[in-house]
Unconditional design. Structure first.
Length: 271
């Protein structure tokens, strides 16, 4: 299976995001302590996830990664790209497999919580240089077409190595919102540069429409409590492992097998 400009795609890479649900304050089905985070990451790995997107507590990034790596080989991806680079120095010291880097300014709105932060191109350049120095693979967050312009800017300056791993965000509330519709999904994918591995994040129940499109067209996906904590309308998932199990069963039912962490590392270019 092949996208218009991307890489040939085979097995599905499932990213599970273990963080708190931003727009569902009633949900408490996510891990909170370091032990719980590590344990849940590895349970999700057993269910078919190959990447764990983690919001490690301040000062505990290294220990969180250690606890996960002691138990399983899931790819560790450290999030919270909203924070400025200077507040994320400990992530580079901890050396996760991947690190989330937003390619545009943050403008998000969660139940009267405003997140507005600038991420200029000079910060993106420094991020890329530090990732090259530490061997951390960037996971670039794409929220609109300006994100793709910035990615091409970095590519032209030889600051990122192929393949480029992206996550496209849909239906996240705020000034960087974009609709979770098939039209937006296919139109956005059309503008990706070559050599991209592209995952898909949808905040809310519309992921039930968009994520099967990602499976069918050879793209990848992100699920978990941060994006949508419900297993179906009105029923909270027991935990993240149940959410992974659901999407893995859907993918296999559509005839697409999921990648193991070892297979995903080769596809992404880690290690």
């Amino acid at each position: 299976m092949k996208s218009a400009k991307g890489l040939a795609k085979g097995k599905l890479i499932v990213t599970v995001t273990l963080a708190n649900p931003w727009i569902y304050p009633e949900a408490n089905n996510y891990p909170q302590t370091l032990e719980e985070i590590a344990g849940m990451a590895c349970r999700c790995c057993e269910e078919g996830a190959s990447i764990a997107h983690i919001h490690a507590p301040k000062g505990a990034c290294s220990r969180t990664i250690e606890l996960i790596r002691e138990r399983c080989d899931i790819i560790v991806q450290i999030g919270m790209s909203s924070e400025p680079l200077e507040e994320r120095r400990e992530v580079f010291e901890a050396k996760p497999d991947m690190m989330s880097i937003i390619l545009n300014h943050h403008d998000e709105y969660f139940h009267q919580i405003e997140v507005n932060r600038l991420h200029p191109r000079n910060e993106l350049e420094e991020y890329c240089k530090l990732c090259q120095e530490t061997g951390i693979k960037p996971e670039f967050e794409v929220w609109h077409y300006g994100s793709i312009w910035n990615l091409n800017y970095l590519i032209e300056r030889n600051l990122v190595g192929r393949p480029y791993f992206l996550t496209q965000f849909f239906d996240w509330p705020g000034g960087t919102w974009s609709p979770a519709t098939p039209d937006e999904f296919f139109h956005r994918m059309r503008y990706l540069p070559p050599n991209c591995l592209c995952s898909t994040s949808v905040m809310g129940p519309k992921q039930n429409l968009i994520l099967p499109l990602a499976i069918a067209t050879g793209y990848h996906m992100r699920i978990g409590t941060e994006d949508y904590p419900y297993i179906k309308k009105g029923i909270l998932a027991k935990d993240n492992a149940e959410l992974v199990r659901k999407i893995v069963n859907i993918s296999r039912g559509m005839g697409r097998e999921v990648a193991t962490p070892a297979e995903a590392r080769k596809m992404i270019g880690i290690g």
